[in-house]
Ligand binder design. Structure first.
Ligand SMILES: [Zn+2]
Length: 81
């Protein structure tokens, strides 16, 4: 008599949602200095931000939000309108 539970295999769960870049050449990684050169995969001009292929969110004022939660301050001086 066995109390072992067998035959109940859970699906493997991947913790992070990893988007695989299929562009050629591949887009820069979020840690690269040229991260802004990645392709835009979701544009929201009405909200003032774009989602890049590498997971970086770029705002209209050049501020950035990295996939790991880091925030990059706007680095392009805003001239008087
Ligand atoms: Zn890409």
């Amino acid at each position: 008599m066995s109390l072992n539970h067998v035959g109940h295999l859970e699906e493997p769960v991947t913790a992070e949602h990893h988007t695989v870049c299929t562009h050629e050449p591949p887009c820069p990684q979020p840690d690269d200095l040229d991260r802004e050169a990645a392709r835009i995969i979701a544009a929201h001009p009405e909200q003032g931000w774009n989602l890049l292929c590498n997971g970086v969110v770029v705002f209209d004022d050049t501020g950035e939000l990295l996939p790991d939660g880091r925030v990059i301050d706007p680095h392009r001086p805003i001239t008087a309108a």
